[in-house]
Structures are given as structure tokens and as C-alpha cells.
Design a protein around this ligand. Structure first.
Ligand code: HEM
Length: 572
């Protein structure tokens, strides 16, 4: 039995579901405990790099809960005990507290059963009834759900400092060297310094500009792949192509070499898929602590250990290569050829100086490198896949975009980065795709470091906070024709991605907002512009655009439930 764990909602969210991969040993199927998810295809879509290694059995969370309740006598005892504790707690809780509205909860699991198969959707429906903020209990943990711009502003602006922490949940600690990366590091001096290193060296406007040739080369390679498919009208799995693009770009700027192509690269691909899955796996012990032993039985514990070890070996090798390169440069007095520095080079250099107020240990270096991959790859490819899906269904928008980019292209062979500032409709298309399909729909969870009043409600210290950016982006009170794809709404609009307008927060806002937004936007815009210039796309198998299934699946970055299969042709 092996486990392939998969996350339910965001790339870092605590709202996980368990996904197990059952395989036979000696031909005997072993019965497994709890498995969650909403469709086999959806998870398979995430596993494109694993090439169908095994069959998966995926059940809804309600069935897990039913299983637990049905099969364990000890649970019954705990159930009775919990009722007792809850009653006792209620009778002793402070009546003067003004808590946010909450839906009724079950003993032990609290509101876990109400997360549904696509949590951003279920939470939106609950918020329509209970409002924003709304207090849920996931197991024994209080979790505040924010689904409106005014409450989001209180969290990410008014009380940003109090909510600048991340909950220590899931397996991030085990996979990312005890929270030594940027995303999961607790708020404080360590986080501040490593974030600023990454921003200065990799993600600042100036650095993003300096990686221009890498982006252009990788996009040219992607166009070549699609061009080859045109000759035979073969079906392309566009997400696979886009994922290779974004992975190669991040890989070249972070570690100085392409992620796909070589043998170690394909091992990295496989490991990375497992890594991101495990990052999102529901760790039952976080919410129902006395059930933590389950991970030893279901194989999750062993899996996390193995992936963490394998990745560590890979990253160690990478750092060793970096050190050798540094030595060689030192011996050459700077070297003959001026190679572009990557993040590993920079981190190794910083390690040898007193640029940080603490020793930048090897574990920190490895965690930071991983963060760039986790944050910077699937997010951008998923955004592009959704944008193309919407364009196929909205012929007017597709035609308008093609007209804009093709007119601009003129006699040139491709759109270049300098051209982007003139392509207003293109920018509006990307913004609209981010509104309807934010790759991180529930943002990255935060946690209150002390008790605070939020919109008149009492929020206790240690409360997790989930901001439903997906629900805010589709709120009909905020957006006209909220469910429609209408890029025009962003033309002549002051709304930008910087997180100043809380009705539009695909990259979050405040201290913990995404530092990679500029990096992501230029990649997404350039890739989409060149795809639309160079090709016409149709759905594979003659499917009609209006029949395209637009539902989301579980996934670290909200993948499509049904992969987008296309046939590309050269424009007349
Ligand atoms: C379309 C692409 C992307 C989207 C939609 C996105 C979205 C987000 C969101 C919503 C957050 C959490 C914000 C919050 O808590 O307020 C975040 C955090 C983060 N993102 Fe991105 N991101 C994208 C691309 C990238 C890229 C390209 C990188 C780096 C190469 C990156 C690195 C990070 C990091 C390191 C954090 C953690 C920041 C912290 O906790 O201080 N992201 N991202």
C-alpha cells in the first residue's frame, strides 16, 4: 500500500483530504482506511508526470467520516467524552464574548464534513448563510472564514501584523526543514530576512527583467513543440506543455539548469509531484490530535519520510555542484565567461558573509529553493490553462485577443516583453482569468498571534484564518455578471493585482502577500500572447466549446477537473 496524498484546496491550505494509492503486493488487495477526493481523473490530471503508475480509489470525505464513526468503538467513547467536554466548555465559556456566526458542528469533527469536495465552493455557500467572517471548527481548531472585502481588509491591512503568522499544520514542517522556507516560516526576523533575499535576488522588478532571455528561450521551445503537433494535427495536453514551461523557467533562474530533459530532471519531476501532494495532505492529527496515530497505519508517515529524504539528497547534490562552481570561479579569479547567477549561487555567496543576522544554514537554503518551485510553477501554468479554457468558450474574447496580438506582431516572429505594455486586452484577459480562477483560491492560511476584535467580533489568539479569494471574486454584489468571463471589465479600470483593492486579491495582500506576482505575470502574459499569435486552438475530438466542463478538481492550485485537450493549427 502506498499513499499519494493530495491537498484539497490551496497550495498551502490546511483543508486537506486524504488520497491513497492502493497497489497490490503479491496480488492481494489490502483494504485501506480513508480516502478522499472528488474524481479519479482530477487527481490523475495532477499526476501527469507519474505516468499512470497505479490505480487510485478515491472516496468523498463523508465516507471517511462514516467509516470512522462506523468502525471504531473507541470513537464512540471519545464521542461521549467530547460531548461532555463541549457541554462543560460551553457552560464555562465567557458569555460576554461576541463570536462570529457559526454553523452547527458535530462532536469530534466539528464542521469538517461541511468542507465538501471543493472547499472554496462549499465555504462560499456556507458564508451566504452565515456571513463574513464566519467561525468554523475543523476538528478541535477554530478557523475563521473570510468571504468579503471588508473582512479581508481587516485581516490583511488593519490587523495585518496580528495575522502575519502561518499555522504550523500539515507536513510542511517535515518537508520544508522545520518551516525554514518563506511561505510557512513563522512571522519574525528569520522570515523577514529570507523573504528579502529572495525578493532582491530573484523576484524584484529588476531581477525579473534580467531573466528575460530565459523566458523568451523557453517560450520559443514551447512554441516549437506545439508547431510540431500542428503538422500531424495531434492532440496536445496543454497543461503538460505549460507546466514544463513554468518549471523550466523557475528551474533555470533558481538552480541554473532546465528541469526537464535530463535524467536527474525527470527524477526531480517525479519527486516534485509527490512533494506537492504531500504538502497538501490532510494531517488528521492537526485537527483531531488523538487520531494522529492514523498516519503510522496508513503509510503517510513513511511516505513523508521517504520523499523528504529523497528530496534532501537531490538538493544536497545541487548545492555541492554550486559549491564546486564557486570554487572554480574563485580559482579563475572570477572566471573567463560571465555566467548569469542563479538563486543557488547567490544563497551560497550570502552564506559565506554576514549579510544575515543569523547563520544561513544549509537547511534554509534547501527550503528556500523548494519554496520557489512550489510557489512559482503550477500556479502560473494553472492560470494559463484556465485562461485558454475561458477564451475557447468565449469566442468574442478569443477573437479580440488574437486580433490585438496578431496586429501587434506584424512582421516579427514573436511577441517580446517590451511589447506587453501595449497589449491592453491581453492584460485584461489574464486579470479576468485570475478573478474567476485564482490559482490559490483560499490564499495561504494565516493565524492570529493574539486576541483581536475583527468587525466587532472576538477572535481568539491562535485562530486560523482562511480568506476565500475565489468567493470574493465571484460575489455578484461586487461584480456585474460575476460568473461571466468579461475581460472588458478590466479595461480602463484602476484595479490591479497589488492587493490594494480587497475585492480582487489573487496574490493576497499585506506583509505575507505573494512576492512572485511580477515574475508570474510577465511569464503568463508573454506565454499567452505568443500562443495566441502563433496558433488557432480547437478542442480535441471536435468537442463543442459550450460543452467544455469548467469544474475544478482538488489540487494544490485548483486544477481543471477534466484536462484540456487541444488541437493546434497554424493561422491562415
Ligand atoms: C499566478 C501565479 C501565482 C499566484 C496566483 C500566487 C498566489 C499566492 C498567494 C495567494 C500567496 C499568499 C498570499 C497571502 O498570504 O496573502 C502567495 C504566497 C507566496 N508566493 Fe505566490 N503566487 C503565484 C506565483 C508565485 C511565484 C512565481 C513565486 C516565486 C517564484 C511565488 C512565491 C510565493 C511565496 C514565496 C509566497 C509566500 C510569501 C510569504 O509567506 O511571505 N508565487 N502566492
Amino acid at each position: 500500500m502506498s499513499l499519494l496524498g493530495k491537498e484539497a484546496c490551496t497550495h498551502f491550505s490546511p483543508l486537506w483530504k486524504l488520497h491513497f494509492n492502493l497497489s497490490t503486493k503479491g496480488g492481494t488487495w489490502r483494504k485501506l482506511i480513508s480516502v478522499v477526493g472528488n474524481s479519479e481523473e482530477a487527481i490523475a490530471n495532477q499526476l501527469i508526470f507519474l505516468k499512470g503508475k497505479a490505480k487510485m480509489y478515491i472516496l468523498p470525505i463523508e465516507q471517511i467520516i462514516a467509516f470512522i464513526l462506523k468502525h471504531s468503538i473507541s470513537l464512540l467513547l471519545c464521542f461521549l467524552f467530547t460531548i461532555f467536554v463541549v457541554k462543560w466548555r460551553n457552560s464555562t465559556s465567557n458569555p460576554s464574548q461576541n463570536l462570529p456566526p457559526s454553523p452547527p458542528k458535530l462532536p469530534i469533527i466539528g464542521n469538517l464534513h461541511q468542507l465538501g469536495s471543493i472547499p472554496q465552493r462549499s465555504l462560499k455557500s456556507l458564508a451566504q448563510k452565515y456571513g463574513s467572517p464566519m467561525l468554523l471548527h475543523l476538528g478541535s481548531k477554530p478557523v475563521l472564514i473570510i468571504s468579503s472585502p471588508d473582512a479581508a481588509e481587516e485581516v490583511m491591512k488593519t490587523h495585518d501584523l496580528i495575522f502575519a503568522n502561518r499555522p504550523k499544520a500539515g507536513f510542511a514542517g517535515r518537508l520544508l526543514y522545520n518551516f525554514k522556507d518563506i511561505t510557512f516560516a513563522p512571522y519574525g526576523e528569520y522570515w523577514r530576512q529570507i523573504r528579502s533575499i529572495c525578493v532582491l535576488q530573484l523576484l524584484s522588478h529588476k531581477r525579473v527583467q534580467s531573466f528575460r532571455s530565459i523566458r523568451e528561450e523557453e517560450i520559443a521551445l514551447m512554441l516549437e513543440t506545439i508547431r510540431e503537433s500542428c503538422a500531424s494535427s495531434s492532440v496536445i495536453h496543454i497543461n503538460k506543455i505549460l507546466a514544463t514551461l513554468t518549471n523550466n523557467i523557475v528551474s533555470r533562474v533558481a538552480i541554473g539548469k532546465r528541469y526537464s530533459g535530463e535524467e536527474s530532471g525527470s527524477r526531480f519531476q517525479e519527486l516534485f509531484v509527490e512533494f506537492t501532494m504531500l504538502l497538501g495532505v490532510f494531517n488528521v492529527g492537526d485537527y483531531i490530535p488523538w487520531l494522529a496515530w492514523i498516519n503510522n497505519v496508513n503509510g503517510l508517515e513513511a511516505k513523508v519520510k521517504k520523499v523528504a529524504k529523497d528530496f534532501d539528497e537531490y538538493l544536497e547534490k545541487l548545492l555541492e555542484e554550486g559549491v564546486k562552481k564557486q570554487d572554480k570561479r574563485g580559482n579563475n579569479n572570477g572566471g573567463d565567461e560571465k555566467q548569469q547567477e542563479n538563486l543557488v549561487d547567490v544563497l551560497l555567496e550570502i552564506q559565506g558573509t554576514d549579510a544575515t543576522s543569523f547563520a544561513l544554514e544549509r537547511d534554509s537554503l534547501k527550503a528556500i529553493i523548494m519554496d520557489m518551485f512550489v510557489g512559482g510553477t503550477d500556479t502560473t501554468s494553472s492560470l494559463l490553462e484556465w485562461a485558454i479554457s475561458e477564451l475557447l468558450r468565449n469566442t468574442n474574447a478569443m477573437q479580440q485577443l488574437q486580433k490585438e496580438v496578431r496586429q501587434f506582431l506584424g512582421s516579427k516572429s514573436c511577441i517580446q516583453e517590451d511589447d506587453l505594455e501595449n497589449l491592453h486586452y491581453l492584460k485584461a484577459v489574464i486579470k479576468e482569468a485570475l478573478r474567476l480562477h485564482p490559482p490559490v483560491p483560499l490564499l495561504v492560511p494565516r493565524e492570529s498571534s493574539k486576541a483581536v476584535k475583527l468587525m466587532g467580533y472576538d477572535v481568539a489568539a491562535g485562530t486560523q484564518v482562511i480568506i476565500n479569494a475565489w468567493a470574493i471574486g465571484r460575489d455578484p454584489k461586487l461584480w456585474e455578471a460575476a460568473e461571466e468571463f468579461q475581460p472588458e471589465r478590466f479595461l480602463n479600470s484602476s484595479l490591479d493585482i497589488k492587493g490594494q483593492n480587497f475585492e480582487y486579491i489573487p496574490f493576497g495582500s499585506g506583509r505575507r502577500s505573494c512576492p512572485g506576482s511580477a515574475f508570474a505575470m510577465v511569464t503568463a502574459e508573454l506565454a499567452l500572447a505568443n500562443l495566441m499569435c502563433n496558433f488557432d486552438f480547437q478542442l480535441a475530438g471536435g468537442a463543442r466549446p459550450e460543452d467544455l466542463d469548467m469544474t475544478e478538481a482538488h489540487g494544490i492550485v485548483t486544477p481543471r477537473k477534466v484536462p484540456l485537450l487541444l488541437v493546434a493549427s497554424l493561422p491562415n
